[in-house]
Design a protein around this ligand. Structure first.
Ligand code: GLU
Length: 337
């Protein structure tokens, strides 16, 4: 009987320990701060044959790998800068790669954003690399922008940033990209436009992207590629009318062209919507700059990651999370506050 009672006692004790055990974590959970929710972020990039899409994919991989509990970044292919910004304004994308000139027009609601609406919620995370305004042709007789008068020219995808650059370059030469008497402008992705060049359906194509751009390299395997330069006189006009451009030379070895090409660059910039939390924005910028080697191993543009380039000459506010990271590196950026 004693033995039986002892067994009952042991069972009761064991049950009470289990009960206490199951209560313990509940108490702890009540007292502990709620775990931060993993941020689901969609990044708008560009066409699949462009540099944004490739670089965006590399950044997303590194961000997801290094911050598995904090974020999940999903990359989508898009029409480019203006498309990304318009979709950020309506909450479709939380992250995007955009041209520094176009994001400024979007933030301020100028140029085409007068019609489509300003995007006051766009914030800079970091400038990533230089994007080159490339005017590509397979016709050796087209030597200057003036030679494009009356020609069929692709000016980028619908809602791309490339269109703005084509408009500015033609304007510097006294031509209106929207006037068919000056130029027959068509809208196509990089892949489609280089395909059209290959087939002789268009005379030239503007591509604003990191050089070498895959689709131009591909074109070079089928045809001789020529790049149209912007001469000194018109370059001066362009730089005067738009402060976002910087003079740039594409060496003749880049696409095996007969000569170097004088043109301009803007900055490929990673932006976030203001609704992205400061912690997540900080983690994104820190992860990118602290994993430069891994990013560069996956895409050559990673080699251009540089704290000064990332923060210099920007005309709209930085995200406070990005500002926190740059402050740690001794760089003060404007958050618009
Ligand atoms: N800068 C281009 C645009 O917004 C896109 C470049 C790319 O896809 O790499 O039009």
């Amino acid at each position: 009987m004693k033995k039986f009672l002892a067994i009952i006692l042991v069972v009761i004790l064991a049950l009470s320990v289990v009960a206490c055990g199951s209560k313990e974590p509940a108490k702890t959970e009540e007292g502990a701060p709620a775990p931060a929710k993993k941020a689901a972020l969609t990044m708008g990039t560009g066409g699949e044959a462009g540099t944004y899409f490739a670089v965006g994919g590399v950044l997303a991989n590194v961000l997801n790998e290094k911050n598995p509990d904090a974020m999940s970044v999903n990359v989508v292919s898009t029409g480019g800068s203006a498309d990304n910004l318009q979709n950020m304004a309506i909450g479709v994308y939380q992250l995007a790669t955009v041209q520094s000139d176009v994001m400024t027009y979007a933030f301020n609601g100028t140029r085409s954003f007068e019609k489509t609406g300003a995007v006051p919620s766009v914030r800079i995370l970091a400038g990533l690399y230089a994007e080159t305004v490339q005017i590509v042709t397979t016709d050796p007789n087209i030597k200057t922008v003036a030679d494009l008068k009356g020609k069929t020219v692709c000016v980028g995808d619908q809602n791309s940033g490339t269109y703005f650059n084509a408009k500015d370059v033609f304007e510097a030469y006294g031509m209106d990209v929207d006037n068919k008497d000056d130029v027959i402008a068509i809208f196509q992705s990089f892949a489609a436009s280089t395909e059209s060049l290959k087939d002789g359906k268009i005379d030239a194509a503007f591509l604003t992207a990191g050089a070498p751009t895959t689709s131009v390299v591909d074109l070079g395997t089928a045809k001789s590629v020529y790049l149209v330069s912007i001469d000194d006189e018109h370059l001066a006009k362009l730089l005067e009318s738009c402060p976002f451009y910087a003079k740039y030379t594409i060496g003749k070895d880049v696409y095996k062209t007969p000569e170097d090409c004088q043109t301009v660059t803007v900055k490929a910039t990673l932006v976030a919507d203001a609704s992205v939390s400061d912690d997540v924005a900080y983690a994104i910028v820190k992860t990118i700059f602290e994993n430069k080697d891994e990013i560069t191993a996956a895409h050559a543009k990673g080699a251009e990651l540089d704290l000064t380039f990332a923060t210099d000459g920007m005309a709209i506010p930085f995200h406070p999370g990005a500002a926190k990271y740059f402050a740690e590196k001794g760089i003060t950026v404007d958050t618009g506050k």
